[in-house]
Write a protein that binds this ligand. Sequence first.
Ligand code: NAG
Length: 330
Amino acid sequence: MRGNFISRRILQRFRHLAISSVGSVKMKLLLCCCIAFTFVLIAGRAASFMAWTHHHDSLRHFPTPRKGYTILINTWKRYDLLKQSISHYASCAGLESIHIVWSEPDPPSDSLREFIWRTIKSNSRDGKDIELRFDINKEDSLNNRFKEIKDLKTDAIFSIDDDVIFPCTSVEFAFSVWQSAPDTMVGFVPRSHWVDKSKESMEYYTYGGWWSVWWMGTYSMVLSKAAFFHKKYLFLYTNQMPTSIREYVAKNSRNCEDIAMSFLVANTTGAPPIWVKGKIFEIGSTGISSLGGHNKRRTQCVNKFVGEYGRMPLVSTSVKAVDSRNSLFW
Ligand SMILES: *[C@@H]1O[C@H](CO)[C@@H](O)[C@H](O)[C@H]1NC(C)=O
């Protein structure tokens, strides 16, 4: 009887001990699990990031679609910049064709043609055939940049100035964004507009440069100095946009053909453009945009075009397209 009691006590004691130790083991197990899980999570992130960066070259380039894009490059007596740009872009995977908008009184020299042609041959990927065309214009007009091109090889146009260079990775990323929204203008240089409240008489708009985009985080245009758009907009710009707008662009030399294009696309789509994050390298001296008074003239252009359209077609947005492989945290 007594022996039985003692053994029962011992058993109870033991059970109690066992329970409490099971409890602490559980806690420890849970803690270990948490730590292990956190570790696995971090390691996984890091590993996948490493894997992506490691395979950069093969994955960098999106599967090249059936059709690539055409580079439409605007140039004016800056042959070094032109050569530099073209030798760079010739190596980009999706490039099918290069159109150089030529508005100088003299046609391109044979040596320049020869040089560019050779550059393309030696820099293109796997000796791919890239078309090269000089689109020669008789008169010097800013509208030349958006002249209709009859036999374009691709639907996509990458419109570019000769004094900025974007790495192929940025260009191809922007191209893939454009493919998701081929009616939209997709570019690297955002600009904005807003209603000027100080003028009560009527709607008066102000053009906003880079700093206002940076400050407010919204934009309503992407400039054609670095943007993708559909080739149909060349047709519309040349043939359907009101003549008065083309005349204004040509006569006043106000450098606002790019604003005219933004208006045209916005009026057609009723939607904002898409700003794509990309690395920009400026190779020329800073152009007209850094001069004082530039924004004032741009503001005049905006208001002139609002008058022509009878309304403000530009739509503001704060969406920015970013290559998710390059952002470690999301
Ligand atoms: C703007 O778009 C409307 C509707 O799509 C069209 O009727 C009009 O002609 C366009 N305006 C201009 C100036 O192109």
